[in-house]
Design a protein around this ligand. Structure first.
Ligand code: COA
Ligand code: AMP
Length: 638
């Protein structure tokens, strides 16, 4: 059998020879009002700006131009919600008219170019309409994941200062109805900045009380817009203008507002759909994520629509809605050709249905490829998926900051041999080096910090929202000439990249990115806590889960179990259920170095049952035995 040769090396070399020529060519797949004056302006922005001087509109490229090109009748969006028993298909024509209407509704609330709009929404079609409507009128959207609590939402409101907030009365977590409105009300109460208006989508599962003068009923406002035949046109924006802000966990409790621009983002995502994912316009693509995460932004909404595909919006879980066959059912029902999700979803399915018996009920003949990202894809999960699905399973590595894949196996250019445990090779645009603390390249197969040569490619963040200094500090200062990914790993002799761990306090819980530093701030705020440490410990399903260690203040006489329960509730209340913080352990002392640094790494190794050695710098070795005992009581560690 002839194995097709991958064009990857040729294409990557082409980019290396002439990066600007490469991206200029890719930019020809986008419709511009005014072509960029410079493909890359090295003197602009923090490390230069892509497509400077160009004028465009992301919504035009995602919708209008497909309708003009004759795709008006083709399905653009399929909403599949087992939790509400709904399936609904929106053609490109219908999606465009919904977005035109919502754009007009936003304009009536005074939203204009450059204004921010926050979306705190479940996985309903209106969330997609809203993102595109903002893009249409040049407003900047900021979607906040529904699993975050009021305080997290308040922090984002104060940073983004939205003119309007769009939300819904509730979300559905399996069979559980999660009222969103009380969280929104509380967040607005906590925030210094107050939005002028909120547009609330009432869902029949739980209607919300509206605040007079501030809240507006989505449906009534929509009916009014329909009756008055309101519409909105695409507003030309600069390629370098922000399309959205997406907050992501940083090393403190204050999240980072990752900015995505219009021009570079479109060019990169459009390029990726064919060249990386091997998807053609008109095909059905499904990203099993949430619009609150970067994967949802790039590959539920923008990537597939820019490419003229049909995208699936799934309001459900991999298991329990109703069973572990849910993903196969969605693929079969809609003729999905490729699915993109996090490995944790497959671990959940495998746990419930290890022999994939439920798969036999469904026709997956159209299904070609499974893509995994969001956390390290463990080889057993990949191998299981390969075995049961009998299609290539592609791990790829990226971050909220980059907006698209840094390293992966580009199926569209011809797949390279899979090496389990590796995210494969760098994509054009990304020059990846592995360096030591002194910014010197380390040899192949040696672990170091993974860094990307500047400039970052189109689509990656130009800066953090109104925080240029934090952008430099967080990503650019430590390794001059590079972007610091804050991931550690190595490259092998073939240039394959292995992403092993974070170099900061970020942990990955069920593919959700969380800061343990942020959780420590919450634990420390409890009146009885003197000291604390939060770390991520291994979890079979979620990859990692947070575990908090607390030392109580002298003189506290309440039962530790009671305080631990309060701590768990406090994290849920302040950060949200998404933190999955369920384990607090009271200890008499925390192990530290002689200079007072908590030995988190050693505690983690003990908790994970990994081999560990007594750190030479430990202040008092006896403390580790105490910690081991406390963990054992809670069933943690070996
Ligand atoms: N609104 C409100 N609550 C939410 C929420 C939302 N949008 N999303 C999650 N939550 C809640 C969950 O209900 C759960 O609450 P609980 O503690 O009361 O059970 C908690 O937040 C933790 O959620 P999660 O970590 O997702 O766990 P889970 O047990 O509900 O589901 C998986 C586990 C593996 C099935 C689930 O994480 C999953 O499907 N992951 C797919 C991958 C994914 O979406 N990755 C994102 C980036 S690609
Ligand atoms: P997020 O910004 O939420 O997408 O999370 C980004 C982080 O998730 C990365 O910095 C990695 O630590 C981790 N990550 C994402 N994809 C992968 C992958 N394929 N392999 C290993 N780690 C990954």
């Amino acid at each position: 059998m002839n194995v097709p040769v991958s064009r990857y090396h040729e294409i990557y070399a082409r980019w290396q020879r002439d990066p600007e020529g490469f991206w200029d060519e890719a930019a020809s797949a986008i419709d511009w009002y005014e072509k960029p004056k410079k493909t890359f302006d090295a003197g602009a922005g923090i490390y230069g700006r892509w497509f400077a001087g160009g004028s465009c509109n992301t919504c035009y490229n995602a919708l209008d131009r497909h309708v003009l090109a004759g795709r008006g009748q083709q399905a653009a969006l399929i909403y599949d919600s087992p939790v509400t028993n709904t399936k609904q298909t929106f053609s490109y024509g219908r999606l465009l008219s919904e977005v035109q209407l919502l754009g007009a509704m936003l304009r009536d609330f005074g939203v204009t170019k450059g204004d921010r709009v926050i979306l705190y929404m479940p996985m309903v079609p209106e969330a997609v309409f809203a993102m595109l409507a903002c893009a249409r009128i040049g407003a900047i959207h900021s979607v906040v994941f529904g699993g975050f609590a009021a305080k997290e939402l308040a922090t984002r409101i104060d940073d983004a200062k939205p003119k309007v907030i769009l939300s819904a009365s509730c979300g559905m977590e399996g069979a559980r109805v999660v009222p969103y409105k009380p969280l929104l009300d509380e967040a607005i109460k906590l925030a210094q900045h107050k939005p002028a208006a909120c547009l609330i989508l009432q869902r029949p599962q739980c209607e919300a009380a509206l605040v007079e003068g501030r809240d507006h009923d989505w449906r009534k406002t929509w009916e009014h817009a329909v009756n008055f035949a309101k519409t909105s046109e695409c507003v030309p924006v600069a390629s370098t203008d922000p399309l959205y802000i997406l907050y992501t966990s940083g090393t403190t409790g204050i999240p980072k507002g990752v900015v995505r621009d219009n021009g570079g983002h479109m060019v990169a995502l459009k390029w990726s759909m064919k060249n990386f994912y091997n998807i053609d316009p008109g095909e059905v693509w499904w990203s099993g994520s949430d619009v609150g995460w970067v994967v949802g932004h790039s590959y539920i909404v923008y990537g597939p629509l820019l490419h003229g595909c049909t995208t699936v919006l799934y309001e459900g879980k991999p298991v329990g809605t109703p069973d572990a066959g849910a993903f196969w059912r969605v693929c079969a029902d809609h003729g999905v050709v490729a699915l993109f999700t996090a490995p944790t979803a497959f671990r959940a399915i495998r746990k419930e249905d290890p022999d994939a018996k439920l798969l036999k009920q469904y026709d997956l003949s159209k299904f070609r490829t499974l893509f995994l990202a969001g956390e390290r894809a463990d080889p057993p999960t990949i191998q299981w998926a390969e075995e049961v699905l009998k299609v290539p399973v592609i791990d790829h590595w990226w971050q909220t900051e980059t907006g698209w894949c840094i390293a992966g196996n580009p199926v569209g250019l011809g797949a390279l041999p899979v090496k389990y445990g590796s995210a494969c090779v760098p994509m054009p645009g990304y020059g990846i080096d592995i360096v030591d603390d002194g910014n010197k390249k380390v040899p192949a197969n040696k672990i170091g910090s993974i860094v990307v040569k500047l400039p970052l490619p189109p689509g990656s963040l130009p800066t953090l929202w109104q925080q240029d200094a934090r952008m430099r500090e967080s990503y650019l200062d430590e390794f001059p000439g590079y972007y610091k990914t804050a991931d550690a790993g190595y490259k092998d002799d073939d240039g394959y990249v292995y992403v092993m761990s974070r170099t900061d306090d970020i942990i990955n819980v069920a593919g959700h990115r969380l800061s343990t530093g942020g959780m420590e701030e919450v634990l420390a705020s409890h009146k009885d806590v003197a000291e604390c440490a939060v770390l991520g410990i291994k979890d079979e399903l979620k990859g990692e889960v947070p575990c908090g260690f607390i030392v109580l203040k002298a003189g506290v006489n309440r039962p530790p179990g009671e305080i631990e329960k309060e701590i768990v509730a406090l994290v849920r209340d302040k950060i949200g259920p998404v933190a999955a913080f369920k384990l607090a352990i009271t200890v008499a002392r925390l192990p530290k170095t002689r200079s007072g640094k908590i030995l988190r790494g050693t505690i983690k190794k003990i908790a994970d049952g990994d081999e560990w050695q007594m750190p030479a710098t430990i202040d008092d070795p006896a403390i580790l035995e105490e910690i081991k005992g406390a963990m054992k009581e809670k069933g943690v560690g070996s």
